[in-house]
Design a protein around this ligand. Structure first.
Ligand SMILES: NC(=O)c1ccc[n+]([C@@H]2O[C@H](COP(=O)([O-])OP(=O)(O)OC[C@H]3O[C@@H](n4cnc5c(N)ncnc54)[C@H](O)[C@@H]3O)[C@@H](O)[C@H]2O)c1
Length: 477
């Protein structure tokens, strides 16, 4: 059973929902309250944000958000008091004023109940959905780091709750704001690829050192990522490569995922690394994580398109998100880290799409079709930092849309469809690549939903960005 919506309407769903939201009395009304596609909430002049999770990623989010005009980081929450204190010290030292501190495993509840507009969630994966549900149940919009949900039930819970509460629930997929991904989207909207037939995305990033790094020495809190990879198979982290190509291909907005199949290699990389780094008798060498090194998922859409998405965080190879979009008239493909690409177009003189454009011609095209958001705010975003500027552009667009009462670039259906890959790829990979139906989280809404446009910010916001400073703490890997 892959489409669990009918099932979830039963009493088990009420219990699951109550448990996830932490609200024993959460009586869930399951009448559709309307689609969230194109949904815009009333404009918020000053966006008051509470940030949950202040580990490796959270502090850089605090700094970016605080620097956006019309935004106040008003609350900070973590398990560990020193992490809240450190960010409050940073806010004060940089003239933003202290935030209300919330400390402890359940402290996010009091934060969600307080006077805020948006809860920005940067915790370990398993907490993403429970905190977001609690936030929406208490009238707050939710922005959740990737992947926002790990299970189909969580995807459905976020969809149902966002629809019923009429609160935004956005996945913080920063890669949609990468310069190459946005160039690709703009080229797609200008018809340069013709009909897009196939795309490829990935998260290929050797995280072995980080996975085993002691939490006391800056590693993942409680080894949460290592634990997940020890217990699970398939692709738990599909969204970086997947969501940008979903946008270019109008998934959930004219097309939708139909089914997927996944085949994973066994795991070799973690064991090999642990044996050398920690010794054969070490607990690390005896752990034998289950998650295969290379996982390859292929998704078929109802309109007949395909997307390949890979996950490999345990092999010795350079970082890549692949970023390939291929159509009847051309192809673009990312190279290496993030910021380089190759392109071939049927309309090119000479060999057409049989040869990649030379660097000069590719750069001319990239200048001409640079995404307008990058044109107006790319320089400032690069100055701030954060994966080459894309993290800042993501937060900027999110806050700009909230301030102006506009639909967000990514809605809860984009979140659900991309996060569904975690459970479905695992099921498929465990059964020799058996195909798995992907639920239609839009329940038919994809047929009429409008594709994402080429969106930017207005001059008033650009004028207010002049004082935004470089932030040394931004993550670039
Ligand atoms: N989009 C990106 O490029 C990107 C990059 C890095 C990480 N991430 C995502 O960010 C999230 C956090 O990753 P990280 O590397 O910062 O992990 P981390 O372990 O360094 O940080 C997690 C933080 O959450 C805190 N936490 C744990 N339980 C909590 C609770 N109940 N309430 C409040 N706080 C709690 C921990 O104490 C820790 O400070 C993950 O979802 C990860 O996938 C995204």
């Amino acid at each position: 059973m892959t489409d669990r919506r009918e099932f979830l309407k039963g009493t088990m769903w009420l219990g699951a929902m109550a448990a996830l939201s932490g609200k024993a009395s959460a009586a869930v009304k399951l009448a559709d309250s309307g689609t969230m596609s194109g949904f815009a909430a009333p404009a918020i002049k000053e966006v008051r944000i509470g940030v949950a999770g202040l580990g490796m990623r959270g502090p850089s989010a605090v700094h970016r958000l605080a620097s956006i005009p019309g935004v106040k980081v008003a609350a900070l929450c973590d398990l560990l008091p020193e992490r809240v204190e450190a960010q409050n010290a940073w806010l004060k030292a940089n003239g933003y004023g202290a935030a209300v501190p919330y400390v402890g495993a359940e402290a996010y509840k009091a934060m969600c109940e307080s006077d805020l507009d948006l809860i920005y969630i940067v915790t370990p994966w398993k907490l993403h959905t429970p905190i977001a549900l609690y936030a929406m149940e208490h009238g707050k919009h939710a922005a959740i780091e990737v992947p926002s949900a790990m299970y189909l039930d969580e995807c459905w819970a976020l969809v149902e709750t966002s629809e019923r509460t009429r609160r935004h629930c956005m996945q913080l997929e920063n890669c949609c704001y990468g310069e190459i991904e946005m160039l690709s989207l703009n080229l797609a909207r200008n018809g340069k690829f013709g009909e897009i037939v196939h795309a490829e995305g990935a998260y290929i990033h050797d995280l072995r050192e980080l996975n085993y790094l002691d939490p006391q020495k800056g590693g993942y809190q409680g080894y949460w990522r290592l634990k997940w990879n020890t217990e699970h198979y398939g692709n738990p982290y599909a969204t970086h490569g997947l969501v940008p190509v979903m946008q270019a291909m109008n998934v959930n907005r004219g097309d939708r995922f139909d089914y997927l199949t996944c085949v994973s290699s066994d795991q070799f990389g973690m064991d090999a690394y642990a044996k050398v780094k920690f010794g054969e008798g070490s607990w690390q060498a005896k752990l034998h994580p289950k998650c295969g090194d290379m996982s390859t998922t292929v998704i078929k859409t109802v309109n007949g398109k395909t997307i390949m998405v890979q996950h490999d965080v345990t092999s010795a190879r350079p970082y890549s998100r692949i970023n390939l979009v291929s159509g009847t008239q051309g192809i673009l493909k990312g190279i290496g880290r993030d910021y380089d690409f190759q392109i071939a177009l049927a309309e090119a003189p000479g060999e057409g799409a049989h040869a990649w454009l030379d660097k000069e011609a590719a750069n001319r095209l990239a200048d001409e079709y640079q995404h307008p958001l990058w044109k107006v705010a790319g320089e400032i975003a690069q100055k701030v930092g954060g994966h080459g500027g894309m993290d800042f552009l993501m937060d900027l667009r999110l806050c700009y849309c909230l301030q102006n009462g506009l639909p967000l670039d990514m809605d809860v259906y984009d979140l659900a469809a991309s996060c569904a890959v975690a459970e479905l790829s695992e099921r498929s990979a465990l059964h020799r690549g058996d195909s798995q139906d992907v639920p239609d989280f839009t329940r038919g809404g994809w047929k009429t939903a409008k594709p994402l446009g080429i969106e930017t910010i207005d001059q008033a916001m650009i004028d207010r960005l002049t004082n935004v400073k470089k932030d040394e703490s931004q993550l670039n890997v």
